[in-house]
Design a protein around this ligand. Structure first.
Ligand code: ADP
Ligand code: MG
Length: 288
């Protein structure tokens, strides 16, 4: 978990990291909400594994249950059925950090102060209240945010605010990172910058990351694995392993076809287990 310890470069596939350790395992995750007298199923029978140093991109149409799935993985809401195992000495949901599309920074605090606040409540409580501003400065430097340390949230661009938002979660030291469409509101150039930044961050810190995105290209650019959640309730319809980003064109067409085929209005009844498609097998790791 030490920053930079893995020494893996941005483009390095998960196979190059020492760790393909399962950090979080969801088995048979099923969730519904009560609405009036009705029970509304949100997602059903979801199996998902997150591994340290790896990004899983979660794609799916609006309403397929992606945000709800993230909240249950973060321990913010209970499942109806299924189990979530977090593989770190019983510290459970405290090991899971979550960041949303809207940066939730406190407007009256500077960037450094916002980050420091996160650290006080982090899994490893890296700093005590009001102490060790040097630690915060060093961490901001490491994440390329040193220039922003004294800025207030209102002075940040959308991209800068989202960088701080994600950094704040990463710096709590929690090894499992859940991101709910973090870059959806950004312009394409800023989005591309942040994607590169996130990829480096995840590799350097060895984080097990689940990235919800609507953007197929973002899923291919960042995901080591991609899962497609679709239907009502949302079920995992497809899984891909991204072995070689050079084959992205083919994979993109395949994902888009699956996306369209899994239009919730067309989906009815149970589906077979999601197929796993490996792209460019020559460069795959041993995972499945
Ligand atoms: P996604 O993030 O994939 O767009 P959500 O997880 O936000 O999907 O929502 C999935 C379904 O669950 C939607 O039909 C939504 O209306 C419903 N839902 C989400 N949160 C609640 C809630 N707190 N109470 C009742 N229904 C909810
Ligand atoms: Mg959502």
């Amino acid at each position: 978990m030490a920053p930079g310890a893995s020494g893996v470069t941005e483009a390095g596939p998960a196979a190059a990291t020492a760790a393909v350790v399962p950090a979080l395992r969801l088995v048979g995750g099923t969730k519904s909400y009560d609405r009036g007298h009705r029970r509304i199923p949100v997602f059903a029978d979801v199996d998902l594994e997150l591994r340290l140093g790896e990004i899983v991109a979660l794609l799916g149409p609006s309403g397929s249950g992606k945000s709800t799935l993230l909240r249950t993985l973060a321990g913010l809401e209970p499942l109806d059925r299924g189990s979530i195992a977090v593989d770190h000495a019983g510290r459970g949901a405290h090991l899971v950090g979550i960041a949303f599309q809207e940066p939730s920074l406190l407007p009256w605090l500077t960037v450094a102060e916002n980050v420091a606040l996160g650290l006080r409540f982090g899994a490893n409580r890296r700093i005590a209240p009001g102490r060790d501003a040097g630690t915060v400065a060093a961490l901001l430097e490491e994440l390329g945010l040193a220039d922003l340390a004294d800025a207030r949230p209102s002075q940040l661009s959308g991209g800068q605010a989202q960088r701080v938002n994600v950094a704040r979660v990463v710096l709590t030291g929690r090894p499992i990172l859940l991101l709910d469409e973090p870059f959806a509101a950004l312009d394409p150039a800023t989005r591309a910058d942040l994607q590169g930044w996130l990829a480096r961050l995840v590799r350097a810190h060895g984080l097990a990351t689940l990235l919800v995105t609507h953007d197929v290209d973002e899923a291919i650019a960042l995901g080591d694995r991609i899962v497609l959640l679709a239907g009502r309730p949302g079920r995992i319809r497809h899984r891909w392993i991204v072995g070689n980003r050079a084959a992205a064109g083919t994979l993109r067409r395949e994902i888009l076809a699956a996306y369209r085929a899994d239009d919730p209005s067309a989906a009815a009844g149970p589906v077979a287990a999601a197929p796993v498609t490996a792209v460019a097998p020559a460069s795959l790791d041993s995972s499945s």
